[in-house]
Design a protein around this ligand. Structure first.
Ligand code: HXC
Length: 261
C-alpha cells in the first residue's frame, strides 16, 4: 500500500511516524487510520527502528477524526468500522519500543487519543489538547475514555471529557497530560533526542519494560508482579544481558555496547 498521509521516516535508529494531511489539519480519516496501522507495523518490524516519534509537523498534531467523513456514517457503518478505527491507535500503543508524541498545535479528539497512545508526550508552548467529542454529540472512540483517566485520574479526565474544553500546554503539564513543554521550534528535535538515547540501548530489555508496565497496569498488583517476574526471567535469555552485566563488572556502569540480541 502506498501511503499518502502517513509515512515512516527512519534516521539513526529513530523512526518518525509523520502525519501529513495539512489541508484538513491532519484529520484522521479512514485512510489515515489504515496508514497509521501500516506505519506502526513497519516501525514494529524494522530492526533499525529502536524508538519512535509520532509527529504531525510544525503546525498541528491532529484535529481529531475526520468529522466530515464521520458525519455520513450510520450506526451500522460504525459498528463495522470501530474496531479498525480504535485499532489504528492501539497499533501505535503496542509498538514494543519507546514511543514519544511530539505535539505542535492542536491535538484534539482522535488526535489527543493518538498522543495518549505514546509512552509520553512532549508539547509545544502553543499546543492545545482536548477531547471535544461531546460537543459533537459523540464520545471518544480511540481510547480516550480509557487511557485519559488512567493517565491523569478519573476526575480530571471526566472534567475534560464532559466539557470538551481545550487545555493549553501549561495546564496539560500541570495535570500530567503532557510530560515536557518546550518552545514550538524545539518539540520535534527534543523528542528525537529523547528517542535517540534508545538507539544503542538493549531493545529486548526495553520491550520487557514496556510490556510489564502496560500489561501490569491492566491487572491487579499480584498479577502485575507475576508479569514482571516472567519478563525479568526472560531477559536472562538475551545476549544483551550477558554483555551488560559483564561490561559492568569489567568497566563499570553504562558502558556496554549492545548487539540487540
Ligand atoms: C475534518 C477538520 C477537522 C476535523 C478541522 N478540519 N478539524 N475536518 N475533521 N476533525 C478542517 C476544517 O473543516 C477546515 O476545513 C480546516 O480543517 C481548517 O479548520 P478551521 O476550523 O477553519 O480552523 P481554525 O479556525 O483554526 O480551528 C481549528 C480547530 C477547529 C480548533 C482545530 O477546526 C476544530 O475545532 N476542529 C474540530 C475539532 C474536533 O471536534 N475534533 C474531534 C473530532 S471527533 P475547510 O475545508 O473549511 O478549510 C473525533 C472522534 C474520535 O476525533 C473518536 C473516534 C476515534
Amino acid at each position: 500500500m502506498t501511503s499518502e498521509f502517513v509515512r515512516l521516516e527512519v534516521a539513526d535508529g529513530v523512526g518518525t511516524i509523520r502525519l501529513d494531511r495539512p489541508k484538513a489539519m491532519n484529520a484522521i480519516s479512514i485512510q489515515v487510520q489504515d496508514e497509521l496501522r501500516v506505519a506502526a507495523a513497519e516501525a514494529t518490524a524494522r530492526a533499525d527502528v529502536r524508538a519512535v516519534v509520532v509527529w504531525g509537523g510544525e503546525k498541528v498534531f491532529a484535529a481529531g477524526n475526520d468529522v466530515k467523513e464521520m458525519s455520513t456514517m450510520s450506526y451500522t457503518d460504525m459498528v463495522d468500522r470501530v474496531e479498525a478505527l480504535q485499532g489504528a491507535v492501539n497499533a501505535i500503543a503496542r509498538i514494543p519500543k519507546p514511543v514519544v508524541a511530539a505535539v505542535n498545535g492542536y491535538a484534539l479528539g482522535g488526535g489527543c487519543e493518538l498522543a495518549l497512545a505514546a509512552d509520553l508526550r512532549f508539547a509545544a508552548e502553543n499546543a492545545v489538547l482536548g477531547q471535544p467529542e461531546v460537543l459533537l454529540g459523540i464520545i471518544p472512540g480511540a481510547g480516550g475514555t480509557q487511557r485519559l483517566p488512567r493517565l491523569i485520574g478519573p476526575s480530571r479526565a471526566k472534567d475534560l471529557l464532559y466539557s470538551g474544553r481545550f487545555v493549553k500546554a501549561e495546564e496539560a503539564l500541570a495535570i500530567g497530560l503532557v510530560d515536557r513543554v518546550v518552545p514550538a521550534a524545539d518539540v520535534y528535535t527534543e523528542a528525537v533526542a529523547w528517542a535517540a538515547r534508545f538507539a544503542t540501548a538493549a531493545p529486548y530489555a526495553l520491550r520487557a519494560i514496556k510490556e510489564s508496565v502496560d500489561r501490569g497496569l491492566e491487572a491487579d498488583l499480584e498479577t502485575g508482579l507475576q508479569i514482571e517476574r516472567q519478563h525479568f526471567s526472560s531477559v536472562f535469555a538475551t545476549e544483551d544481558s550477558r554483555t551488560g552485566m559483564q561490561s559492568f563488572i569489567e568497566n563499570g556502569p553504562g558502558k556496554a555496547t549492545f548487539e540487540g540480541r
